[in-house]
Design a binder for this molecule. Structure first.
Ligand code: GAL
Length: 384
């Protein structure tokens, strides 16, 4: 072999070796197979036929990047450390097309699930109509025959139109005297929220749907969990058999609790929900909940994060709990470190989610690998 070609081979080998990761490095730039930092913010993941697929908001540089200029980016991986660029799975419609999903809309937190009955991949996301800020508060769906897309837009919804949540009291169906003039954030107003202030207001058009996730249960039923009622209350709404619409069955979670960024997993027959508070792009302390039924009652637990920076969830906000294939009760906490001035730079915090009894727990690690799940679950630390 000539000297030059040997050098080329060696350089190629060196660059491949460098690209192969064997650990997660939370908060560090995360290059894909082309060496470009992953562009999948507010992401969700899907495991399908031996491969993981990551879907997230494709962001561009500069503040304009906080609205959807491109669409949903997809990556695939066998090992969760090394991601191959699969391109844009769902593209926004051209500017001026008048489509709900036209360039410049807000498209956030895409989540993809597979529907066994229709054999289709179903993508849901939070949609805000172009030029309307965050007022539209809709959840939207697109479908594809392949995990990597292209996904075809179906429609958007305000869920729960004309339907009261489960267990809703008869007396809450009519406005309470004086409720319209209650001052926001007062205790009286908060009580009114728990008694259906916004549920009543949005009964006819349908309930608001902002930060969201999708969960498919063991029996194949799927649910859209979203921040509703001006982000005051989370709603869980059952999807139809094809996962493209709503059955009309829904309930509230933590009324007036002001939760965003829902991420859910199921372990030992119980449902665990992680959320954030509502401080926009700025991080805050995560919250955790447990329930024996997706319909509740949900019990609020502690901030799952521990150690330094637990009060800001290590400067991040939850987006998904990813079940690790082939490992029992192993979930990766996936979160975003938002950089709204230059959204494309946003970082990713992936940490192992562990359980102290019922309490989900996070601990910071500069570097960790899937073998972390082979360690025994942490013991509760008893305060001295
Ligand atoms: C966050 C939310 C993000 C995005 C942002 C806009 O609270 O989780 O998905 O909507 O607000 O300010």
């Amino acid at each position: 072999m000539k000297k030059n070609s040997l050098l080329v081979v060696l350089l190629a080998l060196a660059s491949t070796a460098q690209a192969q990761r064997t650990a997660f490095l939370p908060g560090q730039p995360w290059p894909d197979n082309k060496g470009t930092h992953l562009n999948a913010h507010g992401a969700g993941a899907l495991y399908d036929q031996g491969r993981y697929y990551l879907f997230g908001e494709h962001k561009i540089a500069g503040p304009k990047g906080n609205s959807a200029q491109v669409g949903v980016h997809c990556y695939s991986s066998k090992d969760l450390y090394n991601w191959q660029d699969e391109g844009i799975a769902f593209a926004v419609a051209p500017e001026g097309s008048g489509s709900e999903v036209e360039k410049g809309c807000v498209l956030e937190r895409p989540k993809v699930v597979f529907n066994k009955k229709t054999r289709q991949y179903v993508m849901w996301f939070h949609l805000e109509l172009k030029g309307q800020g965050y007022a539209a508060a809709r959840t939207a769906v697109a479908v594809s025959n392949k995990p990597t897309g292209p996904y075809k837009y179906v429609r958007s919804y305000r869920p729960g139109a004309g339907q009261w949540p489960l267990g809703y009291k008869e007396e809450w169906k009519q406005p309470a005297p004086g409720e319209a003039s209650l001052k926001w954030w007062t205790p009286e107003w908060r009580t009114a929220v728990t008694q259906g202030l916004f549920v009543r207001r949005d009964f006819t058009p349908g309930q608001m749907a902002r930060d969201m996730t999708i969960f498919v249960d063991d029996d194949g039923k799927a649910y859209n969990i979203h921040s509703s009622e001006e982000n005051l209350t989370l709603h869980v709404a059952e999807l139809t058999d094809d996962y493209q619409g709503f059955t009309g069955k829904w309930n509230t979670i933590a009324p007036a609790g002001h939760n965003e960024a829902p991420a859910i997993c199921k372990r030992g027959g119980k449902y665990y929900l992680l959320t954030s508070g509502c401080t926009g792009w700025a991080p805050n302390a995560a919250r955790s909940f447990v329930a024996s039924s997706i319909w509740g009652p949900w019990q609020q637990l502690d901030n799952p994060a521990t150690g330094p920076d637990a009060d800001s969830t290590y400067h991040s906000q939850s987006t998904y709990l990813l079940p690790v294939a082939g490992k029992k009760d192993a979930f990766i906490f996936m979160a975003d470190r938002w950089t709204p001035k230059n959204p494309i730079d946003g970082g990713y915090i992936w940490l192992p989610l562990r359980f102290e009894g019922d309490q989900p727990r996070l601990r910071w690690a500069d570097r960790w690998a899937l073998s972390a799940f082979d360690q025994p679950q942490p013991k509760a630390v008893v305060a001295p």
